[in-house]
Each structure stands twice: as structure tokens, then as C-alpha cells.
Design a protein around this ligand. Structure first.
Ligand code: NAP
Length: 311
């Protein structure tokens, strides 16, 4: 049996990753889409979620690929319609929204899956297994990319609830909280918000996991190549790097693991299996750290940022 998926929001990530991943995953198929602007030649296309749900009683799963603002209302509609729910990261705009989605899914006996695609990068599990045998003594995250290259035309990232630089930064936090056994706590944060904008363009975090200090630098003002790297020092004197967003892992300069990107195919296979087992998967640790940063940060206003022009 193949599970019928309805996909909502045909933006950058839906086109680049969700559609090919659904097509490549056994046991699921695309049955319909809901998009305000786009249609697909090979799937019934509806203007909105309500129309899609009404037209397709056969839909088993709805996958939301929309921005975090509005995702709660869409998620509640999906669960009230008795369908299983798959959420892009971040799973909601706030912690209280996602808690209500969790409770509603349980009451409706539906699966809810808060996906963290970066955890599915090829080298994350090998790095985790390697770290299980040792103790990290220091961890440094550097997550820098050019916002003009990676988020062209995306106004929602600058609006309240859009997370700003935490939109990519939460990927690093999702890997960090998977790598370590100890819970991760935020100690302090500095958020740099361009004049006239609502969300940070850069953030510096100090965190800890047990007695292991962790620093994280997120910056959207990178104009060279992106850097998505986690550096780990251990009690055995090793220097390890999880690089390229989790795709590559090296220890003392020697490559241990490197793999192609199958992040979204793994997410859809996991969703299929969760539905089959009647389970949910909702780890909120990365979202909690972001919420903590917004709650406790020192806020700086920095120079206005033009999203169009090169600086
Ligand atoms: P995007 O390119 O802006 O696409 C979002 C789509 O959602 C839009 O194309 C639009 O599709 C729909 N939408 C519904 N309400 C909207 C609203 N009020 N404002 C804007 N769009 C609205 O964004 P994206 O990069 O695909 O990101 C979507 C989600 O995926 C975000 O949570 C993001 O964090 C996550 N994500 C993105 C990436 C990436 O590299 N881009 C990677 C991983 C995860 P219709 O016109 O079809 O209605």
C-alpha cells in the first residue's frame, strides 16, 4: 500500500527537495498539491489547503512546506481533518503552538513528525557514533552563508516569527542536539538586527552540554562560500570537523565519512514508517534553544541591510 501525500506550499524547498524525495521513496506518492501560485502537470493542484482536503478524502499525509508563520493554523486544519502531519523545520512559530499541535495529534490519533532535515545528512550519525566513545571538551559552530544567495525574495524570513539567521542556524542546533547525549543549555546570546528589520542577520550564542562549552556563530552576511561547520575537540586530543552541513566528517584532517544528500528521502521514509507504526516524532530541543535565545538575548541594532544589492 502506498500512502497518499498532499503537499502545501510550492516554494524553494518543495521544488528542490520534497517533490524529488517523494518520487524516490517507496510506499508514498504525491496525490495533490495546494499552492496559491503554482500548478503541477502531473498532480491535481488546488489553490489552498481547505480545497485540497475537501477534494481528496484519500489523502493520508499532508506535508507543510510553507513558512513558519501560518503553519499552526494549517497544521490544526490537517489534524482536525484526521490526516497525518509532516512539518518542515521549524515545526511552528512558537513553543506553545507546537505543544498544541502535539496534543491535537494525540487526540486525533494522527502521526505528527517535526522534521529536522540536517540530522539526516550523511555524516551526522557516523559523527555521533564516534563521539559516543569520547568526551567532547569544546565545540564551536560556524554557520555562515549569503542570505542573498540562499533566500532571494523571501520576505517572511525578516518578519516576526521568520527567525532571521536562525532559519539556517536551527539546522546547526538540530545537529548539535543529536550529536550530544547531555541536554544543551543556552547561557547567553547576542542578536544583531539590521535597522528597520524584525529578525537577526547574525547571532552569537554561548551554550553548554554538561561541562562542555559550546559556541555558535550564525551570520547571513557571508559573501564568499558558505561555511556550515561544527568543530569538536575531545579529551583524547582529537580535532574533529563535521562540515558542509553534516555531509562530511573528518578527524585530525583525515576524512572519516562523506556522502551524498539523501536528507529528504530519509525524512519521507521515516514519515511512512511512523504512520505504519502509529507513532509520532517531535523533538523540540532545537526550537527551544532558539526560543531561549530570543528570550534572553542582548539585542544590537546593526547597519541596514539591502537584500537586493551587493554590499
Ligand atoms: P519559500 O521559497 O518562500 O516558499 C514557501 C512557499 O510557501 C511559498 O512559495 C508559497 O507557496 C507558500 N506560502 C504560503 N503562505 C506564504 C506566505 N505567507 N508567505 C510566503 N510564502 C507562503 O520558502 P522555502 O525556502 O521553501 O522555505 C519553506 C520552509 O522550508 C521554511 O520553514 C524553511 O525554513 C524550510 N526549509 C527551507 C530550505 C531552503 O533551503 N530553502 C531548506 C530546508 C528547510 P505557494 O505560492 O505555492 O502558495
Amino acid at each position: 500500500m502506498s500512502l497518499a501525500i498532499g503537499l502545501v506550499g510550492l516554494g524553494a524547498i518543495a521544488k528542490a527537495q520534497h517533490l524529488p524525495a517523494i518520487a524516490a521513496t517507496e510506499g508514498v506518492h504525491l496525490a495533490a498539491i495546494a499552492s496559491r501560485n503554482a500548478t503541477l502537470p502531473d498532480a491535481p493542484s488546488h489553490h489552498g489547503l481547505t480545497e485540497m482536503l475537501a477534494a481528496h478524502p484519500e489523502l493520508d499525509i499532508v506535508s507543510l512546506c510553507t513558512p513558519p508563520q501560518g503553519r499552526f493554523e494549517q497544521g490544526m486544519e490537517v489534524l482536525h481533518a484526521g490526516r497525518h502531519l509532516m512539518l518542515e523545520k521549524p515545526p511552528a512559530m512558537s513553543l506553545s503552538e507546537i505543544e498544541t499541535l502535539r496534543e491535537t495529534a494525540a487526540q486525533a490519533e494522527c502521526t505528527i513528525f517535526a522534521t529536522w532535515h540536517s540530522r539526516e545528512a550523511a555524516a551526522v550519525e557516523p559523527a555521533r557514533a564516534w563521539l559516543l566513545e569520547r568526551k567532547a571538551t569544546r565545540i564551536a559552530i560556524a554557520w555562515r552563508e549569503d542570505v542573498r544567495k540562499w533566500h532571494p525574495g523571501q520576505e517572511w524570513i525578516w518578519q516576526p516569527g521568520g527567525l532571521g539567521v536562525f532559519d539556517p542556524g536551527i539546522n546547526a542546533l538540530s545537529i548539535l542536539t543529536r550529536l550530544l547525549h547531555d541536554p544543551v543549555h543556552l547561557k547567553s546570546a547576542t542578536l544583531n538586527i539590521p535597522e528597520g528589520r524584525q529578525t537577526p542577520i547574525a547571532a552569537d550564542l554561548t551554550l553548554c552540554a554538561g561541562d562542555t562549552p559550546v559556541t555558535a556563530q550564525f551570520d547571513w552576511r557571508e559573501t564568499g562560500d558558505e561555511l556550515w561547520r561544527i568543530t569538536i575537540e575531545t579529551d583524547e586530543g582529537d580535532l574533529a570537523q563535521l562540515d558542509k552541513g553534516g555531509a562530511e566528517f573528518s578527524v585530525n584532517g583525515a576524512q572519516i565519512c562523506r556522502g551524498n544528500n539523501h536528507e529528504y528521502a530519509r525524512l519521507y521514509a521515516r514519515m511512512r514508517d511512523l504512520v505504519a507504526q502509529g507513532q509520532s516524532d517531535l523533538d523540540l530541543a532545537p526550537l527551544r534553544l532558539v526560543a531561549d535565545a530570543f528570550m534572553t538575548a542582548r539585542f544590537n541594532t546593526v547597519a541596514p541591510f539591502d537584500t537586493e544589492a551587493a554590499q
